[in-house]
Design a binder for this molecule. Structure first.
Ligand SMILES: [Zn+2]
Length: 272
C-alpha cells in the first residue's frame, strides 16, 4: 500500500510533468472507483485549465487549477502510469488524462480503493476536511501535539496512527519513529512530555525523509507499466524484526498486537 513517502515522491515526480500544462481530455472507463467519480464537475473544473501546483494532504494529492482542484488517492493498489497515448491500456485502467504535450496519465487501480474527486475553490471536501495534521506541516510542533494529546488515554501508537489527529503515519513509520524516539508504543499519549513530542516529530520526519530520498532517484515504478510495486526500502530497525537483536542494545525485539496491527519495539530502548 502506498504510504506517505511514496505519495510525496509521486507528487514530486508528477509536478514537472503537469505543472503549467493543460488537460485537454479525460476518458472515464468507470462511473466509480471507491466512490462515484464526479465526471461532470471534473470536466467542468479541470479541463482546459492550467495546473499551477500539486500539493499533498496526507495521502491525497491535489492538482490545483484556477477554479479548484482535482483530488487523487491511490488507495491500496492505485498507480499512475505515463504513456504517449491511450494505448497500451492496462487492465483496471479507470481514467486517462490527456495533457497539452501529448502525455497521457493513466490511473490504474485493480482493487479500487483509490478515489478521484473534485474540490471546489473553497478547498472544502469531506474526504480531506477531517484529516489531521500532516507530518511535514509547520503546524506540527511539540506544543501542538502535546495539546492535541491532552488527557488522551490512547496508547501512543494508536494515537499517532489516528488519521483524524495525524494524517499519513502508517504502521511501519509509527513503529520506527517510536523506536528512534525511545517511546514505548503502549504509553498513554496524554503522558508524553513536550521534549518527547519534540524528539518524536524529529524522528518521524527523519524516517519519512529517508524513505522519500530512497525513492527519489528511481521514479520508474510509478511510470513504468512493467515496474514492480515494490515501493521504497528504508532500513527498518524494529518493524518485522521480532526476536532479532535490537541494533542499539542487542536485547530481542518484541511484537505485540495493538488495534489489530503488529507493533514492534525494544523493551530496553523504549522504557515503560
Ligand atoms: Zn534496544
Amino acid at each position: 500500500m502506498p504510504e506517505l513517502p511514496e505519495v510525496e515522491t509521486l507528487r514530486r515526480a508528477l509536478l514537472p510533468l503537469v505543472k503549467n500544462k493543460v488537460c485537454h481530455s479525460i476518458n472515464f472507463y468507470r462511473k466509480d472507483i471507491r466512490f462515484p467519480i464526479p465526471q461532470a464537475s471534473l470536466r467542468k473544473g479541470f479541463l482546459n485549465q492550467k495546473v499551477s501546483e500539486i500539493t499533498r494532504k496526507g495521502k491525497y494529492l491535489l492538482f490545483h487549477v484556477p477554479d479548484g482542484s482535482m483530488l487523487l488517492h491511490l488507495g491500496m493498489s492505485g498507480r499512475v502510469v505515463l504513456h504517449q497515448s491511450v494505448e497500451p491500456q492496462e487492465k483496471h485502467t479507470h481514467v486517462i488524462f490527456k495533457f497539452s504535450d501529448n502525455t497521457y496519465l493513466h490511473f490504474v487501480d485493480p482493487r479500487r480503493f483509490g478515489s478521484l474527486s473534485w474540490v471546489p475553490k473553497s478547498g472544502k471536501h469531506p474526504l480531506i476536511d477531517s484529516l489531521g495534521c500532516d507530518p511535514f506541516s509547520p503546524e506540527m510542533t511539540a506544543k501542538f501535539m502535546k495539546n492535541l494529546a491532552k488527557n488522551s488515554r490512547s496508547p501512543m501508537k494508536s494515537f499517532i496512527m489516528n488519521a483524524k489527529k495525524i494524517t499519513g503515519v502508517g504502521n511501519i513509520y509509527a513503529c520506527e519513529s517510536l523506536y528512534h524516539a525511545g517511546i514505548r508504543p503502549q504509553k498513554q499519549a496524554g503522558k508524553i512530555t513536550l521534549a518527547k513530542w519534540d524528539k518524536w516529530i524529529e524522528c518521524l520526519r527523519d524516517v519519512l525523509n529517508k524513505s522519500i530520498a530512497s525513492g527519489g532517484t528511481t521514479l520508474k515504478d510509478f511510470f513504468d507499466p512493467n515496474g514492480s510495486q515494490g515501493y521504497f526500502s528504508v532500513k527498518l530497525l524494529v518493524y518485522g524484526k521480532e526476536g532479532q537483536p535490537c541494533p542499539k542494545c542487542a536485547n530481542l525485539i518484541c511484537r505485540i498486537v495493538q488495534t489489530g496491527r503488529s507493533t514492534f519495539f525494544c523493551k530496553t530502548c523504549q522504557p515503560a
